[in-house]
Design a binder for this molecule. Structure first.
Ligand SMILES: C[S@@+](CC[C@H](N)C(=O)[O-])C[C@H]1O[C@@H](n2cnc3c(N)ncnc32)[C@H](O)[C@@H]1O
Length: 222
């Protein structure tokens, strides 16, 4: 299995930091949905700088922040302190989650679990299943095989679904796992799939435009 590697958050500053501290669009929908369902125990899996931990913490959820990057956890901690919020913090690898069976009501995994290979993905999904309560919902994003990155033949192919990203920046040499619709159905066959959407993001780079396709997946444990 490919070695896990977190983001290098040390180089994320200024406008980039601003971006990663702004909650993503769908987080407001999920906040509303999970508040109405009286969910309480929230896991921000791969929390990064903590933008979703802070949002859910401000809205009275009990938040656990988890990331493989100590820098990410330290910066989330610092921000939460400024906001007078108390969270549970753990540094670790998502292949083995340091939480109890059936601990969570809702889990947020934005652009996180794709940082592995096919074998790792299967392990992570087993771990998610283990820590989810019955009825727990989990929001996940996965990269589509239509994304520009999967077509970079010069990036090492780890297995049929995985490449090592070789672009300079915080994700340099971090593994990226890519899916299509059928693979999603297969991976999450033991869960109720509430919905699957696909989004295209256009990334302008000098004289070209890169197309990044993400699947947004909402699943529930039976
Ligand atoms: C694209 S960032 C997303 C951060 C956050 N979810 C957000 O939306 O702001 C991916 C995060 O996943 C973390 N990560 C990567 N591999 C991981 C692993 N094996 N275990 C735990 N976290 C991991 C990275 O360190 C990084 O903080």
């Amino acid at each position: 299995m490919v070695k896990s590697k977190g983001w290098n958050w040390k180089i994320v500053k200024d406008e980039k930091e601003e971006f990663w501290k702004t909650p993503s669009v769908e987080s407001y929908y999920l906040l509303n949905r999970w508040r109405e369902q009286n969910k309480k125990d929230f896991l921000d899996l791969g929390c990064g700088l903590g933008r979703h931990s802070i949002l859910f913490g401000k809205n009275k959820f009990d938040v656990c922040c988890f990331d493989i990057s100590k820098e990410a956890i330290d910066r989330t901690k610092e921000w939460a302190k400024e906001e007078n919020l108390e969270f549970d913090y753990k540094v670790g690898d998502m292949l083995k989650l340091p939480y109890n069976d059936e601990q969570f009501d809702c889990i947020y995994c934005k652009n996180v679990i794709s940082h592995t290979d096919t074998e790792g993905m299967k392990k992570i999904i087993k771990e998610l299943d283990r820590v989810m309560k019955h009825g727990c919902e989990c929001y996940i994003t996965l990269l589509s095989k239509d994304t520009w990155g999967f077509k970079q033949d010069s990036w090492p192919l780890i297995d049929e679904n995985t490449r090592l990203k070789m672009q300079e920046g915080p994700e340099y040499k971090v593994p990226h796992f890519y899916v299509d619709y059928n693979l999603i159905k297969e991976l999450f066959k033991d869960f109720k799939i509430i919905n699957i959407h696909q989004e295209i993001e256009y990334i302008e780079k000098q004289n070209s435009v890169l197309e990044s396709y993400h699947y947004h997946i909402l699943i529930q444990k039976y």
